[in-house]
Design a protein around this ligand. Structure first.
Ligand SMILES: [Zn+2]
Length: 256
């Protein structure tokens, strides 16, 4: 499975997953349709599915146009997003497994229920290739804002994703890494891995290259929202309880 990253709007990423053996494709969070259609035309591939992680407009805006172009595709989203995602046909819960009846080769996907950014947010994980599509839940060096869920929900979602193998590739839906890492340094200044990551990310962005994907291992080392057990972070926020640490970090980041 090949993952193509399509930068759109200000800082969104659409991901096009292509299986060259079956010449079929799946698109994750199509904010808009034209770049997806262009890439599919270049590949000569058939689009069999849209994976929506949540209902925000910059993740679903291309649904209708893609459905018109590929009338047989299937649109997947979270069960709790029923009524909020245009043309959604499949309503997924955590633990669901998708195999597309073999039309995407031997690349099953597993569904994670990861609320917090919204109450219905889900992620898609491909265990065979180690690719995670986590929408606006886990970002490079940060996490999504809490629009609907509670801090405890978001923390639990992040900790669930952190249990995936360290080499899992994290494909998040926005290029927020640089700003996130600068914030992270304000609460975790002695973290060498974090300092090195900021240097590397700065160099990538200077030549307009994505910092995505990161890995679960790198996020565990450098993302403060997964670092609630680190003494410097606890000292900075004045708490040791994981939910209180997370809540304070999220509030500080909202104000940053
Ligand atoms: Zn969102």
């Amino acid at each position: 499975m090949q993952v193509y990253l399509l930068p759109v709007l200000n800082d969104n990423y659409i991901f096009l997953l292509h299986n060259p053996d079956t010449n079929t494709a799946i698109v994750v969070d199509p904010a808009i349709a034209p770049p997806v259609k262009a890439k599919l035309a270049e590949l000569g591939a058939d689009l069999i599915a849209i994976f929506n992680t949540h209902h925000h407009w910059d993740h679903i805006g291309g649904n209708q146009e893609l459905l018109e172009a590929f009338p047989n595709l299937v649109i997947y989203g979270g069960a709790l997003d029923q009524g909020r995602i245009p043309h959604q046909q499949v309503f997924l819960n955590g633990g669901d497994r998708l195999d597309f009846n073999g039309t995407f080769g031997n690349n099953p996907a597993e569904v994670f229920f990861i609320p917090g950014h919204t109450i219905a947010h889900i992620g898609y994980y491909f265990p065979n290739s180690g690719d995670l599509f986590c929408g606006d839940t886990l970002f490079g060096g940060g996490c999504g804002r809490l629009f609907e869920g509670t801090p405890a929900q978001m923390l639990n979602s992040l900790q669930t994703l952190a249990q995936l193998p360290d080499l899992t590739k994290v494909w998040c839906a926005h290029e927020y890494t640089l700003n996130n890492l600068k914030f992270a340094l304000t609460v975790d200044s002695q973290n060498i891995a974090l300092q090195q990551r900021l240097t590397a990310a700065t160099a990538l962005r200077a030549i307009n290259q994505p910092t995505i994907p990161s890995t679960i291992g790198l996020e565990k080392q450098t993302n403060p929202f997964l670092g609630g057990d680190r003494p410097e972070i606890q000292a900075k926020v004045g708490f040791t309880d994981p939910v209180r640490v997370f809540t304070k970090l999220r509030r500080l980041k909202d104000l940053y």
